[in-house]
Design a protein around this ligand. Structure first.
Ligand code: ADE
Length: 234
């Protein structure tokens, strides 16, 4: 099985890359900014594709995630894409810092396009996940939630309105973009998201995100290790 992780931030991928002793293939995607790491785990090929950096910071967001996903699928032909990363969630839904969720679908929460139903539906996205996602969650004891993606870390009232109206639970900046590209290739996608901040905590999001990033990324690594084990046993 070829498994390809799409990850936005170095901090989110580093513990995992170290755990599997993954080696970078420098310049693999040149001139694109994405970076590729690889390792063999049993009979499976494991890849991590990072969005890359610009001006000294990680390229978070939908544009870089789309470029990374498109390039990864075209060059590596994975059987499964895993979008692993951090997210915001809601205390009101029972979420806590460093909880790990498996996504049950992915949509955009900040694409407000007026017009007929077709425009509105296409703007929201609503991409399907790998059909075995519920099995992964059940087998390993993870909660499931709907990933909602936008281009900002903060949350405006109009974002919250769309998130709530559509049953969104996990707020990130890449998930639906990765899902969109996967949908074009019919490549299955599994979402693994760890909570850095609670959108309804009343705390400044960036402070909460920064404070909890290390803890959430450690939880993410532990979750992914168990997921890889589960996947290669199949
Ligand atoms: N990544 C981590 N926390 C986030 C949040 N609250 N919104 C968007 N992306 C995030």
């Amino acid at each position: 099985m070829k498994i390809c992780y799409i990850v936005a931030m170095v901090a989110e991928a580093k513990p995992f890359i170290e755990r599997y002793g993954m080696k970078e293939k420098p310049g693999f995607f040149s001139p694109l900014p994405c970076r590729m790491y690889e390792a063999k785990v049993g009979e499976s090929e494991l890849y991590v594709v990072l969005n890359g950096q610009q001006n000294g910071s990680d390229l978070v967001g939908c544009e870089a995630a789309s470029v990374a996903t498109l390039s990864a699928i075209e060059r590596l032909h994975p059987d499964l894409v895993i979008n692993s990363g951090t997210c915001g969630a809601f205390r009101a839904d029972g979420a806590d810092i460093a909880d790990v969720y498996i996504g049950n679908s992915a949509m955009f929460h900040d694409r407000r396009v007026p017009g007929d139903d077709a425009w509105g539906t296409q703007s929201l996205g609503n991409y399907a996940v790998w059909h075995r996602s519920p099995e992964v969650a059940e087998a390993l004891g993870f909660k499931m939630g709907k990933v909602t993606t936008g281009s900002s870390l903060d949350m405006q009232p109009c974002d919250l309105e769309i998130i709530k109206a559509n049953g969104g639970q996990l707020k990130d900046m890449e998930g639906a973009a990765v899902g969109f590209v996967c949908s074009l290739f019919s490549t299955p996608i599994l979402y693994v998201k760890s909570v850095t901040d609670l959108c309804d905590s009343g705390t400044e999001t960036f402070d909460e995100f920064s404070r909890n990033l290390g803890k959430a990324c450690e939880a993410l690594k532990n979750a992914n290790e168990r997921i890889i084990e589960w996947l290669i046993e199949r």
